[in-house]
Each structure stands twice: as C-alpha cells, then as structure tokens.
Design a protein around this ligand. Structure first.
Ligand SMILES: NC(=O)C1=CN([C@@H]2O[C@H](COP(=O)(O)OP(=O)(O)OC[C@H]3O[C@@H](n4cnc5c(N)ncnc54)[C@H](O)[C@@H]3O)[C@@H](O)[C@H]2O)C=CC1
Ligand SMILES: O=C(O)[C@@H]1CCC=N1
Length: 275
C-alpha cells in the first residue's frame, strides 16, 4: 500500500520522518509532493521516499492520499483533484484543523461521484509524530469502509498512539492533543526560564525540566493513581512543593490552562463554521 502526502511542511515532515524512521514503513511505499520543490526534495534526499512533481502524479501513485496543506489551501486543491480521485477510487485523508468531513466531501463531489462517495478519513495528529511519540485521532465518513479506517489507523500507529473518536469530539481533541504540544513546550520553557532567573544555564535547565515533564507523563500513564492523587505524593507537609502549588493557584494556573484549551476549541469551531 502506497501512502502519498500533498504538502510536506511541519506536520507531514513529522509524520513521514516518523513513519520511515520507525522502520514501520518502507521508504519506497511513501510518495511526497509539495509545491515548494526544495521542501519536497529534502524529504527525498534525507529519507529516500519517492518525490513527484505534481499533485496529479501523486494521486496516480498513491492508494491513500494525505492532504497536509493549511486548511485555507484545501478547497482549491481538492476541487482540482476530485475527478481523478473519484476515478481512481483513492482514500483521502485530511489532517486539517477546523475542516469537517462534510466540507471535505463537498470539495470531492463530482459528476462521476455525486454525493459523498469518496472515502474520506479525518485525522488529527500531533507534531511529536516526528519521534514516534505522536497521538492521533481518526474518524471516517460513511463511504470509508472499516478496512479504509483500519489502513489509516495503521499509518498513524507507525508514528505513535491512535484513537478512533466521533467527529463531534474533534475540536476538544485538537486542543488537548493537536495543539497541546505547543502548550507543553511553553510549560517546559517557563520552568527552564525560571531556573535561568535562579542562575542555572538555559541548556541545562531545559534538559532537566524536559526530563521532569517526560517522567511525570510516564508516571501518569503507568501509575494506578490519578494525577490529583500523584500531586499529594509530591507535597510534603510544610514543604517546598505545596508552597509552589499554592502560588501557582494564586495566579489561577488550572483555570488559565482551561481558558487556553477553551480558546483553542472555540477557534476550531469557528474554523469548522467557515471562519
Ligand atoms: N503543525 C502542527 O503541529 C499540526 C498541523 N496540523 C494540520 O496540518 C496541516 C499542515 O500544517 P503545517 O504542516 O503546520 O503547515 P505548513 O505550512 O508547515 O505546511 C504546509 C505545506 O503545504 C505546502 N502546500 C500548500 N499548498 C499546496 C498545494 N496546493 N500543493 C502542494 N503543496 C502545497 C506548502 O508549501 C507547505 O510546505 C494543517 O491543515 C494543520 O491544520 C494538524 C495537527 C498538528
Ligand atoms: O495550530 C493549528 O491550527 C494546527 C492544528 C493543531 C496544531 N496545529
């Protein structure tokens, strides 16, 4: 099975590097096209994936076509490829935020395939796919068979964990897994910057903070305690942690995070509505 990527920017780069780097996918089964020749060529020279010179050539060569351009670029791209996609019966995957299946189907409707006959699978990955530690949500339209969805799950399983969720949960999912790497990087940088204020060199502080966050995430995954209970295991009575925790809450740490997640969900819903 050949998987093609149209658009090789930040996210497709992460996925393709993760797929081939993990050994989960032979480079020969991956095809890429970007309208920026130097971007697509870099993936070819770095990984040995097949590079093609047009979106049409990519559709011809791929069983699964992953559209990985910005949401604003999708209408023109899919409309232009709709006849060929219908004719070749390709499975289309979109990783775009704020772009519902129904809208994707509307761009793919043709005289030959009226209605929603093309299999479309919506995926929300995250950038940690680059190191095989991604988290991706998947949902298919009515035309997508269980086998189509299973194929797409396999592609994204090669770069991390996968979950099948209803489309109605995509905005929430996007906030806590698609966008949240940026929030987590910010948290790590904030820890590290505060340590720099205390006199520690930045590189060392970042390494220490990142390992502490990595270990904490692993603990949440592997312990049978809830995060809330784990907090109590760190807070010694009259100790350092509880003093820091209360100071964080003084500035509304929990509600600040919830506010950020809420704003992300709201923006995704606004984009869903065409904004
Ligand atoms: N960056 C991230 O962490 C995540 C991004 N996404 C989604 O992934 C998609 C891509 O985002 P990024 O990779 O961040 O954007 P990007 O701007 O880094 O990459 C987009 C690429 O598409 C290329 N492109 C644009 N129009 C094209 C066309 N018609 N034909 C061929 N190539 C074309 C551009 O040259 C560029 O290299 C977006 O829809 C975004 O919502 C989803 C999850 C996470
Ligand atoms: O910022 C964005 O719109 C994309 C979707 C999730 C992560 N990046």
């Amino acid at each position: 099975m050949t998987v093609g990527f149209i658009g090789t920017g930040n996210m497709a780069n992460a996925i393709v590097r993760g797929m081939v780097g993990s050994g989960g996918f032979p480079a020969g089964d991956v095809v890429v096209f970007d309208r920026n020749a130097s971007k697509r060529d870099l993936l070819g020279s770095d990984l040995g994936v097949r590079v093609v010179a047009s979106a049409e050539e990519l559709v011809e060569a791929s069983d699964v076509v992953v559209v990985s351009v910005k949401p604003q670029g999708i209408p023109a791209l899919l409309t232009g490829l709709a006849d060929q996609i219908a004719d070749r019966r390709r499975v289309v995957v979109s990783i775009a935020a704020g772009t519902p299946l129904e809208r994707l189907e509307s761009f793919l409707t043709t005289d030959a395939a009226p209605g929603a006959q093309t299999a479309v699978v919506r995926v929300m990955p995250n950038v940690n796919a680059m190191i095989g530690a991604g988290m991706s949500a998947v949902t298919g339209n009515e035309a997508a068979t269980a086998e189509d969805v299973a194929t797409v799950l396999d592609v994204f399983r090669a770069v991390g964990e996968v979950v099948e969720i209803p489309e109605s949960q995509f905005s929430t999912y996007t906030a806590i897994a698609g966008s949240s790497p940026a929030f987590t990087y910010l948290f790590i940088d904030a820890l590290s910057r505060a340590a720099v204020a205390g006199g520690m060199p930045k590189a060392q502080a970042t390494q220490i903070a990142a390992q502490a966050v990595l270990g904490s995430a692993k603990m949440v995954r592997e312990s049978d305690k809830s995060p809330w209970d784990l907090i109590d295991t760190v807070c010694s009575p009259g100790g350092t942690t509880v003093a820091g925790l209360l100071a964080l809450e003084d500035r509304g740490f929990l509600s600040t995070v919830a506010h950020g997640v809420g704003a992300t969900i709201a923006r995704d819903k606004e984009m869903n509505a065409g904004g």
